[in-house]
Design a protein around this ligand. Structure first.
Ligand code: 3AM
Length: 169
């Protein structure tokens, strides 16, 4: 069964993030441009029927568009993921992430994690944190969210959008 997650796609921002990463010392293995996203809720493995119910639930989700500024670097030591993320973020992002996590939990999905730390992973297998002296400054104009499936290919993992919905009040 594929692993699923909800995320904000970053098609406009991804090329600038890649350029920035290439211009600065950055640890680990680069995440390909096509895979860059801002995770809202990790769901884990789900069968077709559960996937259909998730899609039905997401269709009913209302959230106004919002902006997230990515102005900080960070590192998840256990996951060895190096990222850029916001120092502060709008409440709409918390509310949306929580609602999507709950949709998953009602279907028995998720990893039970309570804390939400928005971030965009730029590299994996990073054995050290990126320098805190780096000063990223990007803006995500969030106007839609997607349900993704994580697919393993001979070239590595690939995140495929299954369905996307506009953010609307
Ligand atoms: O790109 P990021 O780091 O935001 O880390 C995985 C990735 O998020 C995360 O789900 C996204 C797509 O794979 N992920 C994978 N396994 C996870 C787990 N067990 C997980 N997040 C939380 N718990």
């Amino acid at each position: 069964m594929p692993k699923l997650f909800f995320a904000l796609p970053l098609p406009e921002l991804a090329p600038a993030l890649i350029d920035w990463r290439e211009q600065h010392p950055w640890p680990g293995l680069p995440v390909p441009e096509i895979n860059l996203h801002l995770t809202l809720a990790f769901l884990g493995e789900a069968d077709e029927a559960t996937q259909a119910r998730l899609i039905a639930a997401a269709e009913q989700q209302h959230c106004p568009p919002f902006t997230v500024r990515l102005d900080q670097t960070g590192w998840f030591a256990r996951a060895k993921a190096a990222w850029v993320g916001p120092r502060e973020w709008p409440n709409e992002l918390n509310v949306l992430a929580r609602a999507l996590r709950r949709h998953g939990e009602k279907l028995g999905l998720g990893n039970g994690e309570q804390g939400y730390r928005p971030h965009v992973t730029l590299s994996r297998k990073a054995n050290e944190a990126p320098s805190e002296l780096l000063a990223p400054d990007f803006e995500v104009q969030a106007d839609r969210f997607c349900l993704y499936r994580s697919v393993s290919t001979p070239d590595g993992v690939c995140y495929e959008p299954i369905a996307c919905w506009p953010l609307r009040a």
